[in-house]
Every structure is written in structure tokens, then in C-alpha cells.
Design a protein around this ligand. Structure first.
Ligand SMILES: Cc1ncc(C[n+]2csc(CCOP(=O)(O)OP(=O)(O)O)c2C)c(N)n1
Ligand SMILES: [Mg+2]
Length: 332
């Protein structure tokens, strides 16, 4: 199935709008990652990931982890637009006490959030652990007739994530164990928090990952087709190597006053969002989403895609005398 770039570009800008509105309303939060990675989000949630928003814990889903938890609005916007049980009322309560949209994602609070993140590096470490778990489940339950587990674990990580020791240790182990269902997407945006990344890092991260034993690709993160091609290559390579995609992005893309600079990292761009929203073609109405929920999925044919896969999981489990929902509960 080819990419519907027109629809997905609209979705990316509507996601940008949601992030801008939520950060502006709460007067706190982080715009840089959500705006810079909007195209990546559109391709993942609108096209490439295998999931069912009605059954977020379906056991053979692709598992997406946002390791740079400060960019939480990225995840909330895409979960909302993909039809998860995360209504607009919760987007409007971003960063408020007891909302389902806390400042950093919390596992258990929000459907579709697979992992608590915020401390940088932790999502990378957890993704390695989740990948081990899915590999073990596949080894134990897959049969010649039924591939019950064949999902991918996909982790979006940032410069700050890759600087953390815990990420290095976990990645070294991932390569040592040959976790080839694990795909890292590295949001390489040349900024870390309040300075250009070059002030604090000069390593070649791709070469480091290669040295651990990863396959490494490098792309322009705002080019949806390039990203999808790299993602598909990473998915298809069952070669005993975890996958690392370096995606060069423009932090805060969509707010010209701050994009590409450290000022885009947090909420500093919020004061420019009215003009930015207009320039993106968004209407005056805030929290505007039209390429939304089931529409996004239907247009992209996702509904047809994930159901057969889910049926296959159920058939496989039945053949083992296991009940699909019982097993899902065991896992949760
Ligand atoms: C372990 C840890 N140390 C420090 C922080 C504080 N912190 C939040 S974001 C960030 C760095 C941000 O750089 P990057 O990850 O590249 O994110 P970007 O600025 O590109 O959004 C830091 C140090 C943290 N969240 N976790
Ligand atoms: Mg960065």
C-alpha cells in the first residue's frame, strides 16, 4: 500500500496544531519534539504500525515507546487521532492533575502508553526489555502453522536519550542478543534542551551503534517516503541485528521564530502559535482535528490491515488451547 502523503501531511499539521494548543493552554510542556517529529508520527500511526485502538493490549501489536518523554504531546496527539480512548477533553487537560495526559507519559494512566518515560534513556532500556519479552513469547508459543508473535518494538529516542549510560548498556545487550524486532528511530535534531547539541556532544552516534552490532540507516525525518522506506527495510531485516534509523529533523518545525534552535525545545514558541497555526493552514478554531480517529485509519486502510492479523493471533492461540483475551489479561 502506497503512502497517502496528502492526507498524512494534513494529519501531521493537525497534530502540530493539537500540540501547540495544549502547550499554549497549559503554559508549559515541550513543543520541539512533537513538531519536529510530526511527519514520523503520521507515517507510524497513520500507516506503518500494527495496532488496534479498540484493543490496545492485543498481544501481537507493534509496541511503540516514546523514550523522550518530555515530548509527551507527540504521543497524546497521535493516540487521540488514531482512535484510542483519549478524548479531546483529556488533550485539553494536558499537564493538569489527574488527567490522562500528564507532563510525561505514565504507563497505566493512558491507553496506548506502553511505558513510563521522562528520565532520559529509560524508554530505550525498557524497549530492549520489551523486545526480549516478545522474542521469548515467540520462541515459546509460535508454531510452524501459526506465527502468533511477530510484532516489532519501535522506540522514538532523542539526543538526550542516546547520551545516557543506561541507553548504551541496554543497546549493547540488544545487539549481543540479536534482537532484530527492535527498531530505534533517533530524533537527531541538533538541539539538547537549552543549547545546540554540538555544545555537549561530538560522537558519531551511528558508528557507535554500528560498533554494538546494529544496522544503521540515515534519513531526512521530515520526508515521509524516505522514512517509510527506511522503516520497511528495518522491519524486513530479520538478520539478528537490532535496527537504528537516524532521522534528521527540524526541532519545533512550524514555528519559524524558534524552529531549528534551542528555543524550540520547551514552551517558548507558544507565544507565536496563533500565526504558526495560520501558516500551517489550520483554522482559528483551536483543537481542530478533521483527519481524525477512525477517519485516519480508514483512509489509510488500516482497519482492513490489522483485523486479519488479529484473527491470526486468535487462531494461533486457539490451536494451543489458549484463550486470546485470557492471555492478554495475563500479560497486563
Ligand atoms: C536522566 C535525565 N536527565 C535530565 C533530564 C532533563 N532533560 C529533559 S529534556 C533534556 C534534554 C533534551 O535534549 P533532547 O533529548 O535532544 O530533546 P530535544 O531538546 O531535542 O527535545 C534533559 C537533559 C531528564 N529528563 N532525564
Ligand atoms: Mg535533541
Amino acid at each position: 500500500m502506497s503512502l497517502n502523503i496528502e492526507i498524512l501531511s494534513k494529519a501531521a499539521n493537525q497534530a502540530r496544531g493539537l500540540c501547540m494548543d495544549a502547550v499554549q493552554a497549559s503554559q508549559s510542556g515541550h513543543l520541539g519534539l512533537p513538531l519536529g517529529c510530526a511527519e514520523i508520527g503520521a507515517v507510524l500511526f497513520g500507516h506503518a504500525l500494527k495496532y488496534n485502538p479498540d484493543q490496545p493490549r492485543w498481544i501481537n501489536r507493534d509496541i511503540f515507546v516514546l523514550s523522550g518523554g518530555h515530548g509527551s504531546m507527540f504521543l497524546y496527539a497521535w493516540l487521540h487521532m488514531s482512535g484510542y480512548d483519549l478524548p479531546m477533553s483529556e488533550i485539553k487537560r494536558f499537564r493538569q492533575l489527574h488527567s490522562k495526559t500528564p507532563g510525561h507519559p505514565e504507563f497505566g494512566d493512558t491507553p496506548g502508553v506502553e511505558c513510563t518515560t521522562g528520565p532520559l534513556g529509560q524508554g530505550v532500556g525498557n524497549s530492549v526489555g520489551i523486545s526480549v519479552a516478545t522474542k521469548m513469547a515467540a520462541a515459546r508459543f509460535n508454531t510452524d502453522e501459526h506465527k502468533i508473535f511477530d510484532q516489532h518494538v519501535v522506540c522514538l529516542c532523542s539526543d538526550g536519550d542516546m547520551q545516557e549510560g543506561v541507553a548504551s548498556e541496554a543497546c549493547a545487550l540488544a545487539a549481543h542478543w540479536g534482537l532484530d524486532n527492535l527498531i530505534f528511530i533517533y530524533d537527531s535534531n541538533a538541539v539538547t534542551l537549552d543549547a545546540a547539541a554540538k555544545e555537549t556532544q561530538s560522537e558519531d552516534t551511528g558508528k557507535r551503534m554500528q560498533a554494538y552490532g546494529f544496522d544503521v540507516q540515515e534519513i531526512e525525518g521530515q520526508d515521509m517516503q524516505q522514512f517509510l522506506d527506511a522503516f520497511n527495510v528495518a522491519k524486513r531485516r530479520d538478520n539478528g541485528k537490532p535496527q537504528f534509523i537516524i532521522a534528521h529533523t527540524l526541532i519545533g518545525k512550524g514555528i519559524p521564530e524558534v524552529e531549528g534552535t534551542y528555543k524550540a525545545h520547551g514552551e517558548a514558541g507558544a507565544k507565536f502559535v496563533d500565526a504558526a497555526r495560520k501558516a500551517l493552514g489550520l483554522p482559528d478554531e483551536h483543537y481542530f482535528v478533521r483527519v481524525a480517529r477512525r477517519t485516519l485509519l480508514r483512509v489509510e486502510g488500516r482497519v482492513r490491515l490489522f483485523c486479519p492479523a488479529q484473527e491470526e493471533t486468535a487462531r494461533g492461540l486457539q490451536s494451543l488451547g489458549r484463550d486470546v483475551w485470557g492471555m492478554a489479561q495475563e500479560k497486563s
